[in-house]
Design a protein around this ligand. Structure first.
Ligand SMILES: [Fe+2]
Ligand SMILES: [Fe+2]
Length: 449
């Protein structure tokens, strides 16, 4: 995987430079011509599958979905870009593979000269760029309010659709008993990319789906949930959209060997062979084969002479967490509460699991994952709505669903990190609850999330 951040840094610097120079000198000046040429090169160098996306979420500048840090690009450039994007109501500027120097120049001048007093500047900029004949650049307007309930509702629905599409695609792979059918593989790949895109848009909505305990807790659900948790680690590591796609696919197929044979010890090698046999030419699938082969390497199945691949190490963590927290898992063991599972895994950091990746996972998930139902010390029942904001993984953001007397509460949002004068938290979690202890149906559960 190429995780180099250099082209992204160069792009941020070039974009900052060009817009500044354009502001000062206009388009005809020598400095502007140089800056535009430099920006054009930087855009191509930063392309991920041909496309370069520069977006702003909140106050963070993202290149191809990766948040750029002040330590990498300098806060001057990042603050400038974030504020210019926000002023124009832009969520993302998308540079397509065929972007030309002419497009870059036109975009920069139109961007600077845009009238900010009229409504919908992003939409007007997009139209102006198109009218100027730049087909290599599109401007996406920021959506309404991030926390708008309608927007959140829509995101949940799209996340759910992506999840179900993923389940169907993977079921199709299992039905065909492998990957012989190219169409099935393509479908799975598209489904995973769909999940990656939803994930990059709103990871909370996707993570919540992995909490749903359906009636069909079989291999495909296990695999899809492993995929989602692996993506969480990948996202925190700053992997690109393409890399996340490869990781997601590898996670989805990690237990493929189990479909052909019940002999558990054989499934890593068998899975890897099944993948290699049909799809060795695709680089992403090569990683899937490696992950299938290596995902139990920490437990010596098989013993390796080298350290397992990064993708295998990520899948191993997501796989174990998923297996420990599910009922009717591959081991048929009693399910553990998320925090128990993570505690158990932390004791194996350095032997079974890569300690750094495990830390990334625990921090990202919090001890109580989004969507987990919890009982509070006050007797109230709550649902974990967001990970912890502070450094206490046991104190996430929750929404109270039931009062201590069992009355329905109007989803009061609470940060468990809130403390009393003596520094003790006002409320803390006493135990996790199974959805059936609180809700009647999966539907009811999903709508509470
Ligand atoms: Fe496995
Ligand atoms: Fe597994």
């Amino acid at each position: 995987m190429n995780t180099s951040v250099l082209p992204y840094r160069r792009l941020v610097a070039a974009l900052f430079g060009t817009l500044k120079v354009m502001q000062m000198y206009g388009r005809r000046h020598d400095a502007t011509v140089d800056a535009v040429r430099n920006l054009g090169e930087a855009i191509h160098a930063a392309a991920d599958e041909g496309e370069t996306r520069i977006g702003v979420r909140g106050k963070r500048v993202q290149v191809n979905g990766r948040t750029m840090r002040a330590s990498e690009c300098g806060s001057l450039a990042l603050t400038f870009l974030a504020s210019e994007w926000t002023k124009r109501g832009i969520e993302c500027v998308r540079m397509l593979p065929d972007v030309t120097a002419h497009d870059v120049e036109e975009f920069s001048i139109l961007f600077i000269e845009l009238d900010l007093t009229s409504p919908e500047p992003a939409q007007r900029l997009d139209a102006a760029v198109r009218d100027a004949g730049c087909h290599g650049i599109t401007i996406e307007a920021a959506r309404v309010e991030e926390h708008d309930p309608i927007v959140l509702e829509e995101r949940r629905a799209t996340a759910m659709r992506s999840y179900l599409r993923g389940l169907r695609a993977f079921k199709a792979v299992l039905r065909c008993d492998g990957l012989e059918d190219r169409k099935t593989l393509r479908r799975a790949r598209r489904a995973v990319q769909g999940i990656v895109d939803r994930f990059m848009e709103d990871e909370t909505a996707v993570l919540a789906l992995a909490q749903i305990q359906g009636h069909d807790r079989k291999l495909f659900r296990h695999s899809l949930n492993v995929c989602i948790h692996a993506l969480l680690i990948g996202q925190r590591l700053g992997l690109s959209r393409r890399q996340l796609g490869e990781l997601g696919l590898a996670a989805l197929f990690h237990d493929l060997g189990k479909t052909a044979d019940e002999a558990t010890e054989q499934h890593p090698a068998r899975g890897a062979l099944m993948i290699l046999k049909e799809s060795s030419t695709h680089e992403g699938m090569l990683k899937a084969a490696i992950a299938a082969y290596e995902h139990h390497a920490g437990a010596g199945l098989p013993t390796l002479e080298h350290a397992p691949h990064l993708v295998s190490r990520i899948v191993a963590i997501a796989d174990c967490y998923e297996a420990l927290t599910r009922r009717e898992t591959e081991d048929d063991a009693e399910p553990r509460a998320p925090h128990e599972a993570l505690n158990l895994m932390q004791r194996r950091a350095g032997t079974l699991f890569d300690p750094v990746l495990l830390k990334v996972f625990v921090n990202a998930l919090g001890l109580y994952p989004v969507g987990a139902l919890v009982q509070l010390s006050t007797g109230e029942v709550a649902i974990v709505a967001e990970g912890p904001r502070g450094d206490r993984p046991d104190l996430p953001q929750v929404k109270i669903l039931l009062t201590a007397t069992g009355r329905l509460e109007a989803e009061q949002a609470i940060d468990l990190a809130e403390t009393l004068d003596d520094g003790q938290p006002v409320r803390h979690i006493t135990r996790t609850l199974e959805p059936h202890e609180v809700f009647g149906s999966v539907g009811e559960y999903v709508s509470a999330i």
